[in-house]
Structure formats: structure tokens, C-alpha cells
Write a protein that binds this ligand. Sequence first.
Ligand code: PLP
Length: 395
Amino acid sequence: MKIRDIESERIKNLPIYMFQEINSRKLQLRREGKDIVDFGMGNPDKPPPTPVIEKLKEVLKDPKVHRYSVSKGIFNLRKEIVNWYIKRFGVKLDPEEEAIVCIGSKEGISHLALAIFDKGDVVLVPNPTYPSHLYSAIISGATIYDMPLTKENNFIPDLSQPIYDRFPKPKAMILSYPNNPTTQIVNLDFFKEVVRYAKKNDLIVIHDIAYSEIYFSDECKPHSFLEVDGAKSIGIEFYSLSKTYNMAGWRVGFAVGNKYIIRALAKLKSYYDYGIFTPIQVAAICALRIDEKYIEDVRETYKRRRDVLVEGLNKIGWNVEKPKATMYIWAEIPEKFKKLGSMKFSLYLLENANIAVSPGVGFGKYGEGYVRFALVENENRIKQAIRSLKKIFNS
Ligand SMILES: Cc1ncc(COP(=O)(O)O)c(C=O)c1O
């Protein structure tokens, strides 16, 4: 055995992490003293709700809460998750069998793939997509069929396309709306079609609603796919506290839906972890109960940033649309720079305008031709970025 070949087959062939090059260059420039306006990662910059922090502090003092927790989440948090689903979507769930707490939804999505996919299983994965949707399936040994999300299909997979009926038959389909990175939203009719399609083709559906609370008008208020009759018999949904409550570092997410899928995930997790630190789970209950005003302020902040960024870009000749939801702008690379490709264009912005964005190709090959801005810088910093961009656009 050569120690340098130590990697398992499972990870050896993982594709290179496309954001790595940008990230290392960004760090290097920062160390050289450059002020980089960072729109790269969807890492919220605002504080969590004050009562959530206070609750954490209070619970920490209890000597009983420092032991191992419960892998699938403490019952009271699962009960609160179920209450949240009723309140927000009118969907009824059983906290014992149909809800599980995850160490962030990324952990849940990744372990779910290991729990339900075998080598050779086929998974329909949107492209572009949040990278864990793809890599978790690849690590599990599954084969991927792309579901391209392009301008032509309005970033929504066309389920009537024959590609999805290929042999071998897919076992599962991953979806996520409001969508990262394309920002697209869908209505309930689309989810009805998804459930019909899944039943007809004997597929399970894994839906990720990390951005369900970040929308910019009431007409665009996102739905849960579980609102559709019968959805629970074919799928599950992941949610995250990272974005809505600015708690990305706390690592709290959950999955709800079909009890057999939840059971498989719980089984695998029981071998891997002892659950999130109990005080964090108790504070998460407090987050799910937080006054709607806090979430309205979160939406308002992203909306203002969205407006400053989109209007600023349009003014300098980079035409982009205002997204209806999410904390991102999915911007088609202007004609003048298109031939560079999204990776080189992102590096070019970093070197010449001190701006970090995510190259579209990092989300999958159909993301080529785009870059993603995450709205995690304040309005003044966004204006500073626009001024730097203007110089490049005029040169
Ligand atoms: C679609 C989507 N799902 C899940 C996550 C990760 O969420 P968590 O912090 O709960 O792991 C992200 C983070 O960017 C995301 O964009």
C-alpha cells in the first residue's frame, strides 16, 4: 500500500471542488491587504435572533444538558418542527416517525444518500445545483442523470422530456425550490406534477427548501412539496435554520416526510452521531417559534441588497433580473466577457475589481455562462463593488 494512494474508491474520483481556486486566491489577496467584497458563499452575515442566543446561554447552565444528545433529535424539537410545518404549510406530520433533526441539512442530505442509494442506482439531479445534492449521490456510488436547469426551460425541469425515462430507471429525484443557484421559484401545480410523475415512475423525491422563507412578495411565497396530496408517500423535504435565522454555524436542519425514508436516515445516523449538542436543539425550538417580525426583517435586508445590486449592475450595462426569492443573484456573464468562461471571469473579477463571486460552473456544467452573487455584503459594500465593476466595464 502506498500511503499517498490512501483515498478510498468512494472519494478518489470525486470531481475537483470548483470553488477551491477562487477561495485560495481570495485568501491570498486578503493576506496581501486587498479589501475583497465577498459575494462568494451563501454564508449569512447577520446575527441570529437575540432570544435564541439568550435561550442557549440559559440552557447551557443546566448540568443535565451536557451529555450525549439524541441522534435523531430531541423529541421537543421534533414536536416543534411538526408545529412549524402545520403553521407554515398546513402539513400534518408525526414527530416520532416523520421528522428527524440533522446537523445542518447538508449532513442530512449527504447521509440520506448513503442510507438509501447503492452503487448503480440512478439519481436525477438538477444541474446546476447546490453541490451537496450532486456529491452526496456520487459518494454513495449512485449514477447521476442531469436535469438541466437553463434559461430555455426557465430553470425548471421539463418532466415530459424522454431523458428522464432512460434505462436504468432512476430511483430518486432531487429538487430544490426556491432554487440555489438559479433563484427560480415554482408554484404548487409544479409539485403536483412532480408527485404524479414520481408515482407513475416509481421514484422517490428529495426536496430541499433551505430558502422557503426568503421571498420578496406574498405572491411568491414558496410552498412545501408535502402540501400535495400523496407527497408523503413518495418523498421527504429538508429545511435548514441556517438561512432564515442566520444560524449557519449552529448546524441545525431537519427532514420531514415519508417514514421509511426518515427511518433509513435515522438508522444510518444512529451509527454516526449522537445528535446536536442539546442546548443548541433547545435554542432551535426557540428559533422556530420566533416572531414573524424577525423573518420579515431578514427578507427586507436581502430585498434591499438585491435592489442595490441589481439596479447597480443594470446601470453599468450588466443586465440581470431581480430574483423573486433566495439570497442570490444568478447573473449571466455579459457578452464582452463570456468567452472567458465563468471560472476565468470570476478570477478576473477577483484580480481586477476585488470582488469575489461563485463561478456558475461550480454548480454544474449547465451553470457555465453565469456567476452567482450571494447577498451577504451590506449596501455600502455593494455600492463599492459596483464602482469597481464600472471601471472594468468601461475599460
Ligand atoms: C439548497 C441548499 N441546501 C442546503 C444548504 C446547507 O444548509 P445547512 O447549513 O443546513 O447545511 C445550502 C447552503 O447553502 C443550500 O443552498
